[in-house]
Design a protein around this ligand. Structure first.
Ligand code: 5GP
Ligand code: MG
Ligand code: MG
Length: 190
């Protein structure tokens, strides 16, 4: 099968590469000011946060540390249930550390609220959240997110780390996936 052009699978680009870069630069200036003189550990949530982590970390002038967690959220189909299993834990002891969780997107907020409680139980000095995207209409729990890149409508988006069936993470912008991708049109037989 010929590889398709990724842009043909999107109905709309919501956020362009340059907008992401500019916004991450703004957030980085705030983070640098907020953590001035403090040791900062960025915790990325695999796999979606890989791109945000890479760009945010390189934008920061702090000599930060990075670690990664992989979690899976049990749920029926696409809905998050809030029951979370750790697939890969941190290598770092969080005792006394200033932790900034780096996330791709906050949808229901259930995964992140579980993660927040989990990391807070490990004796850190502080835990805050930086998420590139947030869907305010989808929120099922209140989470205090200190750094948000963009608020987006309640649509399924891909790109810049976000996947559909493990694809589209490599798209440089964030876009809305066309419905023909996940609900292919059946060929009409004669
Ligand atoms: P939550 O527990 O907040 O409902 O779910 C968070 C996780 O669901 C995100 O980290 C992300 O992996 C996935 N997710 C939520 N909304 C979207 C979306 O619009 N597009 C993609 N690709 N993943 C999403
Ligand atoms: Mg995520
Ligand atoms: Mg995913």
């Amino acid at each position: 099968m010929e590889p398709r052009d990724i842009d043909g699978d999107l109905t709309e680009i919501l956020i362009e590469e340059g907008q992401i870069r500019d916004r991450l630069a703004e957030l980085s200036r705030r983070i640098e000011a907020d953590y001035a003189g403090k040791d900062l550990l960025l915790v990325g949530v695999l796999k979606g946060a890989v791109m945000v982590m890479a760009d945010l970390a390189r934008e920061l002038k702090h000599p930060i540390a990075m670690d990664w967690m992989a979690v899976s959220s049990y749920g029926s189909g696409t809905a998050s249930s809030g029951v979370v299993r750790i697939l890969k834990d941190l290598d770092t002891d969080l005792t006394g550390r200033h932790v900034l969780i780096v996330e791709d997107i906050i949808d229901s907020g259930l995964t992140l609220s579980w993660l927040l409680a989990n990391l807070n139980s490990r004796g850190p000095a502080s835990v805050e959240i930086c998420a590139l995207l947030r869907k305010p209409e989808a929120a099922r729990v209140e989470i205090d997110v200190k750094y948000v890149g963009f608020e987006i409508p309640n649509q399924f988006v891909v790109g810049y780390g976000l996947d559909y069936a493990e694809k589209y993470r490599n798209l440089r912008s964030v876009g809305v996936l066309a419905s023909h991708v996940y609900a292919p049109v059946e060929p009409v037989s004669a």
